[in-house]
Design a protein around this ligand. Sequence first.
Ligand SMILES: Nc1ncnc2c1ncn2[C@@H]1O[C@H](COP(=O)(O)OP(=O)(O)O)[C@@H](O)[C@H]1O
Ligand SMILES: N[C@@H](CCC(=O)OP(=O)(O)O)C(=O)O
Length: 366
Amino acid sequence: MREQVTEARRIVVKVGSSSLTTAAGGLDAERVDALVDALAKSPAEVVLVSSGAIAAGLAPLGLSRRPRDLSTQQAAASVGQGLLMRAYNDAFARHGRVVGQVLLTVDDVTRRVHYRNAYRTLRRLLDLRAVPIVNENDTVATQEIRFGDNDRLAALVASLVHADLLVLLSDVDGLYTGDPAKPGSMPVTDVRSPDDLSGIDVKRPGKAGVGTGGMVTKVEAARIATTSGIPVVLTSAPNAGRVLAGEPVGTLFHRLRERPQARLFWLAHATSPRGRLHLDPGAVQAVIQRHASLLPAGITAVDGRFAAGDPVDLVDVGGVPVARGLVNYDATELPPLLGRSTGELAAALGPAYEREVVHRDDLVLL
Ligand SMILES: Nc1ncnc2c1ncn2[C@@H]1O[C@H](COP(=O)(O)OP(=O)(O)O)[C@@H](O)[C@H]1O
Ligand SMILES: N[C@@H](CCC(=O)OP(=O)(O)O)C(=O)O
């Protein structure tokens, strides 16, 4: 059993085009269903990063292979993305689950303001038990601002949503010392440091002709995730169920540092609070003992001038700081919300006001 998997509460799973399409081109409904069956069984929150829009759009447009020019790729993605979502929607519906489409550009995961918006939406979808299905926003991205491969996008999304694990599903069951089609290439079960990759040949591009990145982008994605403290498992899509059950299949890239602790350490020690939220005793107990998010109902007063995203201290009735967190509202927005339930606020002011004042993932106890 891999405890990196069995203990993960939030998992980003990335699936490549070659694992979703038939040899003749077009979406393979059986493979989509098999993947969704495996994901729906996981007790963890799952964010799915799915490629396949371009591949799925080829046949309906009468194209027999992946076009080279960007505008035809974008046209294929425009047609294929809808088909892809329909397939996921139907497959997840059989498990009583709702899916939400999230299309992202480079800016959305690298620029702070956009980043926070993307993070909030993804987190809200997860809180509502919906399955976010992420892809690059191919139809609007130009060559210069495209990721072009979803492996790197998946690693950035994993970091964005504070995932505990990234699973990369491809058409190969793991990393090999060289092209798996060549005799003598051996499977690699564990990568514990960048040194373990020296001598491994990842150059040959994917053989299926519908994928883009090959192993180069998967190893790069694993580097991004593991240096952010997120372990990565690389294996084939049919192994999804076994991986998520904790079986030691494929290649495990061990994390290179403790991410959540490092982030919370930064929050507790390297930031100065821009304000204070005064909590009633019930809220202090919820935050400290249940590690709950802080809601407007538990706040009695607000001091300081802060903007959404700033660090603030949460103080008890005696004014003693009990926790520090990143606040989701500007200081000026909060006074009319205090003491009111999220249901009441959403009804009066709209669903945007249902959000937590400080989410539990952004809280560290002092
Ligand atoms: N060292 C290696 N180990 C495993 N696979 C490799 C290696 N080098 C190249 N590959 C190729 O990478 C392919 C996977 O890349 P790709 O087709 O882009 O996948 P996806 O569509 O899942 O993103 C494999 O099918 C394999 O042929
Ligand atoms: N956004 C593109 C994904 C391209 C891509 O990364 O493909 P793959 O190498 O199969 O993961 C699409 O949906 O077709």
